[in-house]
Design a protein around this ligand. Structure first.
Ligand SMILES: Nc1ncnc2c1ncn2[C@@H]1O[C@H](COP(=O)(O)OP(=O)(O)OP(=O)(O)O)[C@@H](O)[C@H]1O
Ligand SMILES: [Mg+2]
Length: 316
């Protein structure tokens, strides 16, 4: 049953002019978006993100495999009208901002009256209402990205596909963009966004996929990806500090335990341990007369997860 956006075993090769060699940009790529989610699409430069997005939009065809956009095979014009798309390199017609929005809305078959209302609404959303009559050719890069987003929102789409929507935005505009995406999502829109700004992805995406050299290397709920099963954080109190440090050095099975121990003023001690050393560490604390206050899996940043998965062989 095709959903909002599905890729099924998609491979895409690009030909190289004057050569028989081909570049494999995507390989056996399978992904299924859930309606109503914000999905983060990650990968290093050249990993294949834009390629996957262009295939979904029907700009080109897969070498093999297939996919569906809003229930229709890639390339279907009617489903294109129900989505909003912001390209990674925004290329806009050189027109005043408001006129440009009317032009794009018209392409989507929107009626003039509705279009007029909607143009004002989205211009306000992207904080460009004061620039409505200026030609976008003279907009700054960040302003162009914002009018690009307005263009993507004009038809009140069910699905927003955004290829690096915040790359040119200043910090405040990024916050606005984030709130806008959350608001669109609360209104029921599904959001598919590629980005290199991992802290932002971490903040707003329900699920993420990581591509590496055209292959999907990770897919999961953001929360779950960030929890490490290898290391635990222990908080304890009542351990005589000296004995703790000395004894830990003499105990090979809990080696490393005191090295990152963080002693708080109130007698609490906090440290991380490998999962395998958990039992020994807790017993050690108890035998020293201490009390274990909490044991939790260590939370990693998305950047740490990303580097771990994609740092094999540099592309530079
Ligand atoms: N039109 C094209 N012709 C030939 N090769 C291409 C074409 N478009 C992309 N490629 C190649 O396909 C691979 C994937 O590129 P793609 O643009 O999909 O990566 P990306 O993940 O979007 O990267 P970035 O983060 O830099 O935007 C790269 O090796 C790129 O050189
Ligand atoms: Mg790209």
């Amino acid at each position: 049953m095709p959903g909002v956006l599905d890729f099924s075993n998609v491979t895409k090769d690009y030909g190289i002019p004057w050569s028989r060699r081909r570049i494999r940009a995507l390989e056996g790529f399978t992904l299924s978006l859930e309606r109503g989610e914000i999905f983060g699409f990650l990968g290093r430069n050249g990993a294949g993100k834009t390629t996957a997005i262009h295939l979904a939009l029907g700009f080109m065809r897969p070498t093999s495999g297939a996919g569906h956009l809003l229930g229709k095979p890639f390339g279907d014009a009617a489903s294109r009208a129900r989505i909003g798309f912001l390209a990674e390199n925004v290329a806009l017609y050189h027109r005043p901002a408001r006129k440009l929005l009317r032009y794009y809305g018209g392409l989507n078959g929107m009626r003039p009256q509705r279009l007029q209302l909607r143009s004002s609404e989205v211009l306000r959303q992207v904080e460009l209402e004061l620039e409505a009559n200026r030609n976008v050719a003279r907009f700054s890069r960040g302003m162009q990205q914002r009018i690009g987003l307005a263009q993507a929102l004009i038809n009140d789409p069910e699905l927003l596909i955004l290829d690096e929507p915040t790359s040119a935005l200043d910090p405040l505009a990024r916050v606005t963009m984030r709130e806008l995406l959350l608001e669109a999502n609360r209104a029921g829109k599904t959001v598919f966004l590629s980005s290199h700004l991992l802290s932002e992805i971490e903040m707003i995406c329900h699920r993420v996929a990581i591509l590496d050299k055209g292959r999907l290397v990770k897919l999961g709920r953001t929360e779950e990806l960030l929890i490490s099963r290898d290391r635990y954080e222990v908080v304890a109190r009542g351990i005589p500090t000296n004995s703790f440090e000395l004894s830990a050095y003499s105990l090979p099975q809990v080696r490393g335990l005191p090295l990152d121990a963080n002693l708080a003023g109130d007698g609490r001690v906090q440290f991380t341990i490998p999962a395998a050393a958990q039992r020994d560490a807790l017993q050690r604390i108890w035998s020293l007369g201490g009390e274990v206050l909490s044991v939790n899996p260590v939370r990693r940043t998305l950047e740490e997860v990303f580097v771990e998965l994609t740092n094999k062989g540099s592309v530079l």
